[in-house]
Design a protein around this ligand. Structure first.
Ligand SMILES: Nc1ncnc2c1ncn2[C@@H]1O[C@H](COP(=O)(O)OP(=O)(O)O)[C@@H](O)[C@H]1O
Ligand SMILES: O=C(CO)[C@@H](O)[C@H](O)COP(=O)(O)O
Length: 532
């Protein structure tokens, strides 16, 4: 345990992140020093579930799920690791967490009683064996609900109308259409479900030993919540299933205290019985909290997914990107664009061209110039969100398609192709890059300085990172402290002592090169989307 001059009576705040590939935890003390970090990696720590990148890709290549019980097993595995590290659970006065967005969990009728009455001498995994009416949770990578998206948009009065109500047009990974698919294709399971949770509220349920509410920030990733009233849209609920309001429960603001830690966890891990749990939120909203951006900052998260997001006060929902409820301020919003082909695609190219080493990958990246001598690559290993396209497309400088690139060219092409797309879509949703713009990078990919240099060059803006292992977990630990002190202390006051982001890459003189690459990318994208 990484102690930093703390004494054992210090009050601690815990933040968890149930993300695509792992569960991460981080503890901070009163002074916001990080005093503990840990994680459980699904593929390697729990190989019995046979996931790849935390998921199962089904034979149709569009259905993508995670075994729900694996998350329960991983949760216990992490708490056992913490116990083995002598983590002082008794000092934790508040905790919160985040989950990968959009994924859903289906609790079977009767599951609430089981959850509330778990016996401390047995594992949760054993006791929750029969609690799920759907064993495999659809996750954010799923793209199997094209038909349901069309139905939802048509019945509500069009894509723009849906965006005006819920902040987004219909997206395949959004929870409303995932629920509709289960309602239409697996009616017995739907009828046998008493509660539907998001990954975030599911995780919170494991902590409080009861069904936890969905928070506004993650709720706005469902195409079911009205972004203006922050309550369920009756019209959307009716289209997606029957009796859905009861199955979802009432949504709450992200700073809500949702109850105390369960007796089960108190008995089993010696948690402080007075430890409070703050509502769990989506992982991107949690990162927003962890990075506490200044006005105008653009956040680029390079996790399993790549996302670009910003704090917004006056949103104009449209057909590109999403508007979510802001997790920190009840009146504000955040905009977000998400790309499915992020780290796992970069990893594939690293494995194929750089012998599986990020260091070699970075050395290769430095061997080619900005702009890659006009070579442009688009790598959609799985169906991308924007555009809806799949496949690998390579073009040399005159625009001629080619089947392969030399290894160094391929390495730069994947990074430039991804970052050019991130910039094009950020600008489409109203992000204005100017001389004062700061890009704040986070997620696993932000550990790589050479990759961040390309990000600075493509966005023509300086890139900053915060020296914390995981901004979503940190955001949740800070949010936990905020809820604990509420209403006395505003979030900005709670977060002011966290480390400020530091400059890691300044843009070179490549703005002309990348402006024209962005224009070329848009042309090529139009062509490949037409082919679908
Ligand atoms: N040095 C590095 N350079 C580029 N990518 C990295 C590096 N280290 C880790 N990663 C990538 O980070 C990803 C995990 O990022 P993370 O933000 O933890 O994801 P998630 O929160 O979705 O689980 C891995 O898939 C890995 O490829
Ligand atoms: O779908 C989205 C956001 O809309 C994804 O960003 C998920 O929230 C997964 O997050 P990571 O595990 O990649 O952080």
């Amino acid at each position: 345990m990484a102690e930093q001059g703390d004494n054992s009576t210090d009050r601690l705040f815990l933040g968890f992140d149930f993300s695509t590939q792992q569960i991460k935890v981080l503890a901070v003390n009163e002074r916001l020093n990080v005093v503990y970090e840990g994680h459980v990696q699904f593929d390697t720590d729990l190989p019995e579930f046979k996931t790849h990148g935390g998921v199962h890709i089904h034979d149709d290549h569009v259905t993508i799920t995670t075994p729900t019980k694996m998350w329960v097993q991983a949760f216990e595995h992490l708490l056992e690791k913490m116990k083995a590290d002598c983590f002082p659970f008794k000092n934790v006065v508040a905790l919160s967490g985040a989950g990968q967005q959009h994924g859903s969990v289906y609790w079977k009728k009767g599951a609430r009683d089981v959850l509330k009455n778990c016996k401390p001498d047995k594992s949760l995994f054993d006791q929750l064996q029969n609690c799920f009416s759907v064993e495999d949770s659809p996750v954010w990578m799923d793209a199997s609900t094209k038909k349901q998206c069309s139905e939802l948009e048509e019945k509500i009065g069009g894509a723009q109308k849906l965006a005006e109500i819920t902040g987004s047009r219909a997206y395949e990974r959004f929870t409303g259409v995932q629920i509709m698919k289960i309602f239409q294709t697996n009616r017995d399971a739907y009828d046998n479900t008493e509660r539907i949770s998001l990954v975030s509220s599911f995780a919170a349920s494991l902590f409080i030993g009861d069904y936890a509410p969905i928070d506004h920030s993650d709720g706005t990733g469902m195409n079911l919540l009205d972004i203006w009233t922050r309550d369920w849209s009756e019209a959307c609920l009716e289209i997606c299933g029957t009796d859905l309001a009861a199955k979802l429960g009432s949504p709450v603001h992200s700073t809500e205290n949702i109850g105390k830690i369960s007796d089960y966890l108190v008995s089993r891990y010696a948690f402080n019985p007075d430890c409070i749990v703050a509502a769990f939120v989506g992982d991107n909203p949690a990162s927003l909290a962890g990075l506490a951006p200044e006005q105008g900052d653009v956040i680029v998260s390079l996790g399993t997914s790549d996302t670009v997001f910003l704090w917004l006060t006056k949103p104009t929902p449209g057909l590109a990107g999403h508007i979510f409820a802001n997790p920190l301020n009840e009146k504000d919003f955040m905009s977000l664009t998400c790309f499915k082909n992020g780290s796992l695609t970069r990893e594939r190219i690293r494995d194929e061209k750089a012998g599986g080493s990020w260091d070699v990958f970075s050395e290769m990246l430095l061997k080619t110039p900005a702009g890659n001598n006009g070579n442009l690559g688009i790598y959609f290993d799985i169906t991308e969100i924007q555009p809806t396209a799949v496949g690998v497309f390579r073009f040399q400088s005159e625009g001629k398609p080619v089947a392969s690139f030399p290894p160094e060219v391929e390495v730069r092409a994947v990074i430039e192709g991804q970052f050019v797309a991130r910039r094009v879509y950020a600008e489409k949703v109203g992000c204005q890059l100017g001389p004062k713009t700061r890009v704040i990078a986070t997620g696993g990919g932000s550990k790589n300085k050479e990759i961040l240099q390309v990000l600075a060059d493509v966005f023509n803006s300086p890139v900053y990172v915060k020296d914390v292992p995981n901004s979503a977990s940190l955001g949740c630990a800070l949010r936990a402290k905020h809820t604990y002190l509420r209403p006395a202390v505003p979030f900005s006051e709670v977060a002011k002592d966290t480390q400020q982001p530091v400059l890691v890459a300044s843009p070179g003189n490549w703005s002309g090169v990348y402006s024209s690459l962005c224009a070329r990318y848009e042309d090529v994208e139009r062509d490949i989307s037409r082919d679908i």
